[in-house]
Design a protein around this ligand. Sequence first.
Ligand code: IPM
Ligand code: MN
Length: 371
Amino acid sequence: MKKKIAVIFGDGIGPEVTQQSLNTLDAIAKTYAHEFEYHYCLMGADAIDKTGSPLPDETVETCCKCDAVLFGAIGHPKYDNNPEAKVRPEQGLLKLRKALKLFANIRPVATYAALQHLSPLKAKHTESVDFVIFRELTGGIYFGNKTWDEAQQWAADECVYHQNEIERISHLAFQHAVQRRKKLTLVDKANVLETSRLWRKTVKEVAATYPDVTVEYMFVDNAAMQLMINPKQFDVILTENMFGDILSDEASVITGSLGLQPSASVGEGVALFEPIHGSYPQAAGADIANPLGSILSAAMMLDHFGLAEEARSVREAVDWTLKHNFVTKDINPVNFYLTSTVGELISEYISNKTRGKTHETDVEMRGSTII
Ligand code: IPM
Ligand code: MN
């Protein structure tokens, strides 16, 4: 199979974690006789520095010509505390989502036994948690009219949803639920918001065409609490843009590591894959960031290409590193491996599937130990 992949390194740790995904994809290409061609483009603070725009036209053109987009991270502290800034890195990502019509952001949340101790939740709550968040990505308050009055005494962000925007992501989420445990929870604030009432009405209509799926309706404040006290109850969570943004960060806490969470954004055309973590500027260039969120996003990309066995092989390699404690500093602050070493180990595992003791001893020598 031959695929063209647009690669956007972005800001902070984006380049170093994405590079490990490219190495992983190269190992897959070699092992399974595929050809992945990378087309590099700019977005975010990096693009502002180099071109003045957070999303140069060229980037959108390149992405549209490719089969998928692999993206690193966005954001730089110099923009965060400056409400006056007219140009911001995040505008690049929002514009790209809109340009590529990426209306659904899919964020799987599954726990790893080897990382249980990192979660602030008790083991009995986190064991075998396995759900997926479907977050609407191109509508709602993120994209409504934004207003400031002249005297800067008030500001407004409009939240608008159209029925068709709710329908298309609902179908996707229901189709997913059918393949899983057949339960879907719509998270909204229908006791207060008109848009939420439209979500509930539309989802009820769509639900009628998926009789096998049990549907539950939950207010977002309660959902935030339920995610902490009983995350096992969820299978597919469907929600609007802003609630999905907040709940998916909260949900990552269940797993014990934000650095491990992948995501896929899909829509009418080319899909985009990115880890859910941010640009972590304090660690940029230090080779300590966790590359697994990006590598698992690349695995989601392989699944999207229909390469299920290849995706499985990436996940198996990731599981192997976790099981043997070949992990980055966020997971084991004392005995840790560098971003590039974890990436190398994953590529090596895929290429020769080494599982022997000799290899593991050899690997241990590459660890960094702080005494
Ligand atoms: C995310 C991020 C983005 C969002 C930011 C960077 C614009 O937090 O992908 O979740 O809010 O959607
Ligand atoms: Mn977010």
